[in-house]
Write a protein that binds this ligand. Structure first.
Ligand SMILES: O=P(O)(O)OP(=O)(O)OP(=O)(O)OC[C@H]1O[C@@H](n2cnc3c(O)ncnc32)[C@H](O)[C@@H]1O
Ligand SMILES: [Mg+2]
Length: 196
């Protein structure tokens, strides 16, 4: 079984990864279990931040590390909140406050389209010169009214027209089967198979 540190302190993400990786041959250790604090995320792109998180967790643990940097990009807002999604309304991170801010910024905007982005980086070691990097998107529409209690973050306001449901109304397995994170992880795993 491959041992992997999951470079995230977000409980919602950790749950999704545990479900996605459970059928595979991985022992996934969330970095919080090892007492590894959050890395700095100073960069302008999801990929750069995911790489920083993965290197940080691998350096602190001495193990291979998988990091996720993700967020939601509203098209009428030039991609905001983007890499600032977790703390859009300020510190400490607060999903309710972030959603309120997003909805208020979209007030009077007719274009409600948005996409989630998930960048995943897998490093074998802290100074791995050839990390595996994938990025996937998931398209939807931001709605004013929150619906559903599953998921986390912006999910209650992320509406999927083709399903007539928000992401928070999907059960966890359904979300993982179509989400930015599920898509990215499946792509990463298929790339990983070609390497070993
Ligand atoms: O950095 P880590 O420790 O992984 O935890 P984080 O919550 O700070 O994670 P990010 O820096 O990647 O910020 C991602 C934010 O984007 C939002 N987000 C990402 N994926 C999401 C999803 O599947 N559903 C809802 N919101 C999501 C949510 O607000 C997250 O806090
Ligand atoms: Mg973060």
């Amino acid at each position: 079984m491959h041992k992997l540190v999951l470079a995230s302190n977000n409980a919602g993400k950790v749950k999704e990864f545990q479900a996605l990786l459970a059928p595979l041959n991985f022992e996934v250790i969330p970095q919080g279990v090892l007492g590894i604090p959050a890395a700095e995320e100073p960069h302008h792109t999801f990929v750069e931040n995911a790489l920083a998180k993965a290197r940080h967790a691998s350096s602190a643990s001495g193990l291979p590390a998988l990091a996720d940097d993700s967020g939601i990009c509203a098209h009428a807002l030039d991609g905001r909140p983007g890499v600032h999604s977790a703390r859009y309304a300020g510190e400490p991170a607060n999903d309710l406050a972030n959603n309120r801010k997003l909805i208020s910024e979209l007030n009077n905007q007719s274009d409600r389209s948005a996409h989630y982005v998930c960048a995943l980086v897998l490093v074998n070691s802290a100074d791995d010169p050839n990390p595996m990097i994938v990025e996937s998107s998931w398209y939807g529409v931001i709605v004013d009214e929150a619906k559903g209690t599953n998921g986390f973050g912006y999910d209650p306001h992320f509406f999927l027209p083709e399903l007539n449901l928000t992401a928070a109304e999907l059960d966890p397995a359904q979300k993982n089967s179509i989400s930015h994170r599920g898509q990215a992880l499946r792509e990463l795993m298929s790339q990983l198979q070609t390497r070993v």
